[in-house]
Design a protein around this ligand. Sequence first.
Ligand code: HEC
Length: 203
Amino acid sequence: MTTDEISKNKDQEQYEIDTLTNDRLIKDHEYDGIKELDNDLPPWWKWLFYISIAFGIIYLVRLWVFQSEDLYQVQEYQKDMEEAASIVTKPAADFEIKVLDDPASLANGKDTYDKICQVCHLIDGGGLVGPNFTDNYWIHGNTMEDMYQIVTDGVIEKGMIPYKDQLSPTQRLEVLSYIIKDLHGTTPANPKAPQGEELEWPY
Ligand code: HEC
């Protein structure tokens, strides 16, 4: 017997052909008269199977052999959390609350002042609804840090608006630098009476 004949014989042992439909039935798989077919799997199913095997191998090699990504979700999660924490706690890396004295920053500061602040503090800083910026009397302190806090958070109950949403941190520094460098110490046309405490000028 050739190998072909052997396998044919084996086939005949295992299968029987349904005379009506020509389907291959497995001989010993009969349950209460229901016989099991032995059809080939549909090609789309087989390909799905092969593709998922290939995907699995590539996935394993990338992760375990080349370690091109974090192996565990926990590590990914921790990385994301660290990144988020550094965004929340750290302002822009080079940002520092300080007086800017370059002409470009002062010019930007003047623009902002003339557009927004002069309504209450007057164009020459003499004060109107808001206090006079040219004298040495200050309600909330006279350092850049003090003023930055006021411009950022405002003093709503007294009529000073918070500008944290309207002006970027740099714009706030610029406008305050303009007040500190250019307006303070000048003589306004109609200075408002002093408000607050007299303080030594730090700049
Ligand atoms: C709607 C009116 C108004 C506008 C607009 C306004 N301010 Fe004021 N500002 C005030 C008032 C009123 C006060 C006094 C707050 C108080 O009595 O506590 C004040 C106080 C301040 C102080 C603290 C002064 C001190 O004596 O301690 C600073 C600094 C200041 N404003 C900066 C600005 C800047 C910069 C702008 C523009 C971006 C601006 N303000 C726009 C009304 C205004």
